[in-house]
Unconditional design. Sequence first.
Length: 297
Amino acid sequence: MSVVSFAYYPGCSAKGSSADYERSTRTVCGLLDICLEELPGWNCCGSTPAHAVDTELSAALCVRNLDIAAQCGAKTVLTPCPSCLSNLRHAGRRMATPEFRARVNELLDAPAAETLPEVTSVMQGIARQYDKAALTARVKKPLTGLRLGAYYGCLMSRPADLMDFGDPENPTLMEEMLTACGAEVVDFPLKTSCCGASFGIPERPMTARNSAKILDLAVNMGLDALVVACPLCQMNLDLRQKQAAKSAGTTFDLPVPYFTQLLGLALGAPTDQLGLDKLCVSLDGLLKKAEGGQQCG
């Protein structure tokens, strides 16, 4: 397959708290001949705080990035973060309203391009290039023997008409990808439940309860790992796993990797290119189990 290029918006977390997501995303895309061209001079999309305070300012932050992509001639922008994806899509849609566009343009250095590029997730970008069979054909180290659950969180598929990610209550794209890599992927009933998201700081007890409920179900279902695609979800379920366990009066030791980290393993990427050392709950046991069950792909 020839190399295909996409404009790429990494988002702020990629340069800090989710550096492992960023590294594994770039590694996987490289192995799949997908070139990610990072937008020059991109800025924060505003995440949760900005749109909670000022929707027009939040939109202006997002539109500036979309305008950069438009000036670069991009038709599609990929981003790994569901929060960034949601904000960028909301902003792009609202710019269709002339009055709103006029107010946002006043906040920018220059009026935004009339036509702004579409934005989609890295997961969907990969799926556009590789169906299940094509992805399986690229697998070098199958995830045979691993029992996994896919956890999307509350933003990736909602609101349905905006995010366009299949059934908002039962998305299945991550399951299809992990199954293509040889894993056993079970139907996880809480796959779109909220882990607490950005309330991990102002409402820590609530986030701990939400996360504990998700982790407890995953453990009771006998999962080897709960696989995620969101930096906030990963932080709450991995970094704050002990807080969740304390709130539930139990202990957890469940790996919570990004889907790109597992895809990278299946595609034969060296572990040091996937940021596995950044995970709080080690993948060592999972790696040994996968190696024990591997067959030639």
